[in-house]
Design a protein around this ligand. Structure first.
Ligand SMILES: Cc1cc2nc3c(=O)[nH]c(=O)nc-3n(C[C@H](O)[C@H](O)[C@H](O)COP(=O)(O)O)c2cc1C
Length: 151
């Protein structure tokens, strides 16, 4: 594990709140692997400095992103992401402050193929000892199964 993330993974212990935001959006028509790789590279450039971790899922023309970190940084980043013309129709699915550990402490921003997202979430669910985290992960799993990424 990169020590940067280990040191940022102390919100639960120190009693500091972590902000968690999940959205989905529709990719622009010309989306391809190269564009996604460049989005991930940008995220990996900015997110560590902002203390933001999470994951980005892409499949069937839909993005699904999980962002967690300090509240102001997450909402500031969301404003930048929302203005990005590489996607439209951004809908925030959930947003909350919570005192807990990060779900994805080691990932500055991981790109997960839609086919693999179930496995990632199921692994996280298995590793989580926190009831609330387990509920959130289960909710994401059911959203993915019933939503556009599930087809
Ligand atoms: C689906 C999607 C997800 C993105 N996620 C991030 C992210 O996690 N972090 C980030 O810095 N930029 C992300 N971006 C890119 C931002 O919208 C924006 O282009 C970028 O932050 C600007 O950085 P720059 O000023 O260095 O070019 C994302 C863009 C899209 C379309």
């Amino acid at each position: 594990m990169n020590p940067i993330y280990a040191s940022q993974n102390d919100e639960g212990q120190s009693g500091r709140s972590i902000h968690n935001l999940v959205y989905c959006s529709q990719a622009s028509a010309d989306m391809d692997d190269e564009v996604i790789a460049s989005i991930i590279a940008t995220a990996r450039h900015h997110n560590p400095r902002l203390g933001i971790t999470g994951l980005l899922v892409f499949g069937q023309g839909i993005f699904f992103q999980w962002l967690e970190g300090p509240r102001d940084n997450v909402t500031g980043l969301l404003a930048r992401i929302a203005a990005d013309t590489r996607h439209t129709n951004l809908v925030v699915l959930s947003q909350e402050d919570d005192i807990r550990d990060r779900l994805f402490p080691e990932w500055d921003m991981e790109w997960v193929e839609a086919a693999d997202i179930r496995e990632v979430l199921e692994d996280a669910l298995q590793q989580s000892a926190d009831e609330k985290q387990q509920r959130m992960l289960s909710q994401m799993l059911s959203e993915i199964q019933s939503g556009p990424l599930g087809s």
